[in-house]
Design a protein around this ligand. Structure first.
Ligand SMILES: [Zn+2]
Ligand SMILES: [Zn+2]
Length: 240
């Protein structure tokens, strides 16, 4: 068994709030410099940067997990994490399809671009991926995610905007694989689920500012899920 560090909530230039400099390559480089072993890309309601992210993590020697931060019908943010690029792309395209679109002004919100391995822009999303919700409910998301081999983690549950406690006033029954908090919360609010901390970085320099320590034989998706199930994880809120 070894101890690894993971950041399971990172945005790239595909998120309108993510800086254009947040290319998959810049993300992977920053994560390696900060001593992380496994990272997840979790853009809002799309996974189009997953292929470039896979290549970038490979060249930095990092384990990669492919995710989507989905906005549920209740306007709750939830991390859905998958072991392969292909599943994440399919799930992401479905989430995007199910997003209630709003007129989108890139001048105001910033572009939502995806890139290839060489950081060349490959395409741009037309629908605004924040401030709009999908028609998936938080209850729908568990089976939706697990039928694809993924896991579900409600994001920043303690944040007033888009956190489940702020939006609904309570934590629904689940099941979840974990819940993400931005600071230590009373177990009354998170039980019975494991708690994770992650950066929610929108700039490469913020990656790893919060992270998850886990004990496992190796750093990969399956070992991470096992560590969550067996209580071998620890949320780090001020990872300097
Ligand atoms: Zn969020
Ligand atoms: Zn986020």
């Amino acid at each position: 068994m070894s101890t690894f560090r993971a950041d399971l909530h990172i945005h790239s230039c595909l998120s309108p709030c993510g800086e254009l400099s947040a290319s998959p390559r810049a993300i992977a480089r920053s994560a390696r410099e900060r001593g992380l072993h496994l990272i997840a890309l979790t853009d809002h309601n799309s996974a189009r940067n997953a292929p470039a992210f896979a290549a970038a993590c490979r060249s930095e020697g990092l384990a990669a997990v492919f995710g989507i931060e989905i906005t549920t019908r209740e306007e709750v943010h939830a991390l859905t994490l998958f072991p392969t690029v292909k599943t994440a792309l399919e799930a992401g395209d479905e989430a995007y399809e199910r997003l209630e679109s709003e007129p989108f002004d890139p001048g105001f919100f910033g572009d939502q671009v995806w890139v290839d391995e060489n950081e060349e822009i490959e395409g741009m999303l037309d629908k605004l991926c924040i401030l709009c919700a999908t028609d998936l409910s938080l209850d729908d998301l568990g089976p939706w995610c697990r039928s694809r081999g993924g896991i579900l983690i409600p994001a920043h549950i303690d944040r007033p905007a888009f956190g489940v406690l702020g939006q609904l006033g309570f934590l629904p029954e689940g099941p979840f694989e974990a819940v993400e908090c931005t600071e230590p919360l009373s177990e009354d609010l998170t039980d019975p689920w494991p708690v994770i901390a992650s950066s929610d970085a929108h700039r490469p320099e913020d990656i790893g500012c919060r992270c998850l320590e886990f004990e496992a034989p190796e750093a990969d998706f399956e070992a991470l899920v096992m560590a969550l199930e067996s209580g071998k994880t620890r949320a780090l809120y001020g990872n300097k």
